[in-house]
Design a protein around this ligand. Structure first.
Ligand SMILES: NC(=O)c1ccc[n+]([C@@H]2O[C@H](COP(=O)([O-])OP(=O)(O)OC[C@H]3O[C@@H](n4cnc5c(N)ncnc54)[C@H](OP(=O)(O)O)[C@@H]3O)[C@@H](O)[C@H]2O)c1
Length: 271
């Protein structure tokens, strides 16, 4: 296959800890990368490093800001200009805001970035995907603790961890639905839970951070280790499952979560 026909591996959040480790591993496997990043300068630095370290690597950098649906649509338009099929969409980008941050539509930023825009991106990229391609969503164990609020995605009861956890639950519910939607096209949809990983994200911006850095950080996963469930998801052709550091299991929705499926799906545009 000439390099101009290599299918694309899109990685969001590649400028972060886990996304960077995923991008590096895929480049080493000889995959053609699209670094879909908000900070294009940081992505260019990563791209240059990969091009230097991995002989023959092929890397594209495209801007993507998940705080805006318009940016997602613009990214997809630019992606189409590359005229390549997509082999994988690895959704790693995510945030955990410290304070309630509402956008112009009154939507919490955690919901917009972690769930709604990530879901829209998957919907828009799916038509460009090959048979036996993969969509991976990065979820978190915090999804298990809180339910979807009635006012979703207008939270109204912000708390740093809870709102983040709810955004990951909403994303997991969407992943479950999308797996069913894309099954007939042979596109595998999976979630991956990296565990607790030593990246910028786990800083809570509270007084106990210094203590946590000493007592806790040395014992948690490195970004490379945290990337492993995501990479395993890409190598597995089972759809609708969740990969964790301990293994893989089928993605099933709790009864209480099912009641919110329609509320979540209603927030994600088809185009
Ligand atoms: N670390 C953990 O313990 C842990 C545990 C469970 C799940 N996760 C999940 O793992 C994923 C990666 O997190 P990480 O730990 O690697 O954190 P990180 O180092 O803070 O990386 C976060 C990435 O998301 C990107 N991002 C943030 N807002 C964005 C936006 N509006 N548009 C586009 N990209 C945006 C950041 O880009 P910039 O460079 O532009 O800021 C960065 O590349 C997240 O989805 C997170 O929820 C992490």
């Amino acid at each position: 296959m000439s390099s101009s026909s290599h299918p694309l591996y899109i990685v969001t959040g590649a400028t972060g800890g886990i996304g960077g480790a995923v991008a590096e591993a895929l480049a080493c496997e000889g995959k053609t990368l699209v670094l879909a990043c908000r900070n294009v300068n940081a992505a260019e630095v990563l791209s240059n490093r990969l091009l230097c370290d991995v002989p023959g690597a092929e890397v594209f950098v495209l801007h993507l800001d998940l705080s805006s649906f318009d940016s997602v649509r613009c990214f997809v338009d630019n992606l189409k200009q590359l005229h390549r099929p997509v082999a994988a969409l690895v959704n790693v980008a995510g945030i955990m805001t410290r304070h309630s941050t509402l956008d112009d539509d009154g939507v919490e930023l955690d919901y917009r970035v972690n769930c709604l825009s990530t879901a829209l991106l998957a919907r828009l990229v799916a038509p460009m995907m090959l048979h036996r391609s993969h969509i991976v969503f990065t979820t978190s164990v915090t999804r298990k603790i809180w339910g979807i609020p009635k006012a979703f995605p207008r939270d109204g009861m912000f708390s740093q961890l809870a709102t983040y956890g709810r955004s990951k639950l909403a994303l997991t519910i969407f992943a479950y639905h999308l797996a069913g939607e894309l099954r007939h096209r042979g596109i595998c949809v999976a979630c991956a839970d990296p565990g607790v990983v030593d990246t910028a994200m786990i800083t809570m911006h509270r007084w106990f951070d210094r203590l946590a850095d000493i007592l806790f950080r040395p014992f948690i996963s490195t970004p490379r280790k945290g990337a492993e469930p995501l990479l395993r998801a890409l190598a597995d052709d089972t759809t609708c499952c969740i990969h964790t550091c301990r293994g893989v299991h089928m993605l099933t929705l709790r009864k209480s979560w099912k009641n919110h499926e329609a509320d979540v799906l209603a927030q994600i545009p088809m185009r």
